[in-house]
Design a protein around this ligand. Structure first.
Ligand SMILES: NC(=O)c1ccc[n+]([C@@H]2O[C@H](COP(=O)([O-])OP(=O)(O)OC[C@H]3O[C@@H](n4cnc5c(N)ncnc54)[C@H](O)[C@@H]3O)[C@@H](O)[C@H]2O)c1
Length: 337
């Protein structure tokens, strides 16, 4: 199968592309190698993917409509997984324009091109941040998500709305994922796992927001990729909600479109996460305890019932295993292996 993965040099795109190549698919990666974090990590991931002859890569921005159009017309993907985005909640306070450009303009460009080339299934990465100010836990897909508390969340919510209109007008099956906190090897340097490991290894103190009480539904990237691949086959069909008692499907009443949480529904306290890192590194961290930051939310965890009903799968990998694998990867990466 020919699969287009936008954001293939990113953390999740890299893992997904690796998995698809291992499964025998042809993958076209599209990534603008944006400088949000160290581009050499993106090049490192992309070089690993490029070892496989079934991987092709186009380095360009989603905003470069001509290149995007040419890429899609030449490759004719059957499945498109749209992961490229300006990610990160905190940075959206500093650099709002990059979020509008990548997440809104970029997504609008892609779907406008895809309406001509008509993939069998279009899949788009949204985020748990769209649940914003919702207080009822766990988060269910069918709840209202009208109260974003960061511009990042607002642009992802816009992406959900844009892809809904795309699915409706063009009758192209579309699945939006809501990822929670994803972690694993070759992860992002702006996220807690990388930051903490890096600082502790260098003997520097770590800043612990929300006094370590914040809870996140941490999903191992291996489990996340497994869920994405399983969702390829859960193609939304208008008027055909998932026939499982007690599960509220988010399927649109007017389009082959649904949104699904990908997470295990087992939140981990930040302090527990730090202890797992300390155990994997074999040293303890000097901690600077700080209050929560603007735009952060105390707890996020998913109701994974819809994912389970659609795929039979729920992420469950333990933190010790994933944190341990990360530490091993980090040490090898830093030593240039
Ligand atoms: N990692 C998480 O915990 C998490 C949580 C929720 C949602 N998400 C979403 O999942 C997706 C993948 O996240 P990730 O963690 O792999 O992030 P990432 O930053 O590692 O990957 C995104 C990739 O997209 C590329 N990109 C950004 N803007 C682009 C543009 N305009 N044109 C072309 N390429 C562009 C970047 O160069 C990068 O390689 C994103 O859409 C993100 O918002 C991630």
């Amino acid at each position: 199968m020919r699969v287009l993965v936008t954001g293939s040099a990113g953390f999740i795109g890299y893992h997904l592309s690796r998995r698809l190549l291992a499964d025998g698919h042809e993958v076209l990666g599209y990534d603008g190698m944006t400088p949000y974090y160290d581009v050499s990590l993106k090049r490192y991931r992309n070089a690993i993917l490029a070892q496989n002859p079934r991987y092709r890569f186009v380095e360009a921005m989603l905003e470069d409509r001509e290149t995007l159009d040419r890429t899609v017309s030449q490759f004719q993907p059957r499945i498109v997984v749209h992961l490229a985005a300006q990610a990160g909640v905190r940075y959206s306070i500093e650099a709002p324009q990059t979020y509008i450009s990548s997440n809104v303009v970029g997504t609008a460009n892609l779907i406008d091109i895809l309406k001509v080339h008509r993939p069998d299934h279009f899949l788009f990465a949204s985020t748990s941040s769209v649940y914003g100010g919702n207080e009822k836990m766990p988060f269910e897909e069918a709840e209202r998500t009208d109260f974003p508390v960061s511009l990042y969340a607002a642009t992802k919510k816009a992406g959900e709305a844009l892809t809904h209109s795309f699915a409706h007008l063009n009758d192209i099956p579309t699945t939006c994922f809501r990822f929670f906190t994803v972690y694993g090897t070759a992860g992002r340097p702006d996220m807690a796992l990388y930051k903490f490991v890096d600082l502790i290894e260098r003997g520097e103190p770590i800043e612990v927001y929300g006094n370590g009480e914040m809870e996140r539904d941490a999903t191992s990237v291996d489990d996340l990729v497994e869920a994405i691949v399983k969702l390829f086959d859960a193609v939304p069909v208008r008027g055909r909600p998932v026939p499982v008692e007690g599960v509220a499907d988010s399927l649109s009443p007017v389009a082959p479109w649904r949104v699904v949480n990908i997470a295990g529904g087992q939140p981990v306290r930040l302090m527990t996460f730090i202890q797992a890192i300390e155990a994997a590194l074999g040293r303890s961290a000097e901690k600077i305890m700080l209050p929560m930051q603007q735009g952060d939310v105390v707890a996020t965890f998913a109701d994974p019932s819809l994912l389970k009903a659609l795929t039979g799968f729920v992420p469950e990998k333990g933190i010790e295993e994933t944190v341990g694998a990360f530490v091993k990867w980090y040490r090898a990466y830093k030593s240039g292996e």
